[in-house]
Design a protein around this ligand. Structure first.
Ligand code: IMP
Ligand code: MG
Length: 183
């Protein structure tokens, strides 16, 4: 285990199991659609999860990405997320699948939902790896959530603290001393 972590909350094996379940759920939901759904990954946190989920799906999908920034270098959300990089293609009349790493306050999800439905998407489905219901500020939820966690700050498998720890293959709780001394 990485020495900045307090404990591991999800092993590679646990992640792989949930990835298959999320893919199976999406396959069922989109089994009869004529046009391939468009999966949208919110960079950078959801990138490994998105890649694993779409490769476990049998339904053909297309991919697009967007960068939204809410944290800067702190462990607390700054409220309103900013679009740093927009989607490459229009979403009008598309079935959109948003793949998220964590739904925390809900600000990012609300912003993405308004934006995508506002641009005329046919449907909007959200799959998230983690859900932190206790921290929710806005009344939104994912359609499929892999794991619920409390108020711990976690890193790994895409999740970062100040851009670090994303490439850990597992997810763990970051020691408080790491972020409290800097923020
Ligand atoms: P929200 O807009 O507050 O729901 O924040 C969502 C974003 O905050 C996620 O996509 C993550 O990038 C980030 N985030 C929230 N909680 C954590 C955490 O425990 N570790 C790392 N990033 C987090
Ligand atoms: Mg993030």
């Amino acid at each position: 285990m990485n020495e900045d972590l307090e404990s591991v909350v999800l092993s590679e094996e646990q992640i792989a199991k949930k990835v298959s379940e999320a893919a199976a759920w999406l396959d069922k939901r989109f089994e009869n659609v004529a046009t391939p759904p468009l999966t949208i990954g919110v960079l950078k946190g959801s990138v490994f999860f998105l890649c694993d989920v779409v490769r476990a799906m049998r339904t053909p999908v297309q991919l697009d990405f967007m960068t939204v920034s809410s944290y800067g270098n702190s462990s607390k959300s700054s409220g309103k997320p900013k679009i740093v990089m927009d989607l490459a293609a229009p979403v009008q009349n598309r079935d959109v699948i948003l793949i998220e790493d964590i739904v925390d306050s809900g600000h990012t999800l609300v912003e993405m939902k308004n934006l995508i439905l506002g641009r005329g998407a046919k449907s909007f489905t959200v799959v998230t790896l983690f859900n932190k219901p206790a921290r929710r500020k806005l009344p939104v939820q994912a359609d499929f959530s892999c794991f619920e966690i409390g108020d711990d700050f976690i890193v790994g498998y895409g999740l970062d603290y100040a851009q670090q720890y994303r490439n850990l293959p597992y997810v763990g709780i970051l020691k408080r001393e790491i972020y409290e001394k800097k923020s």
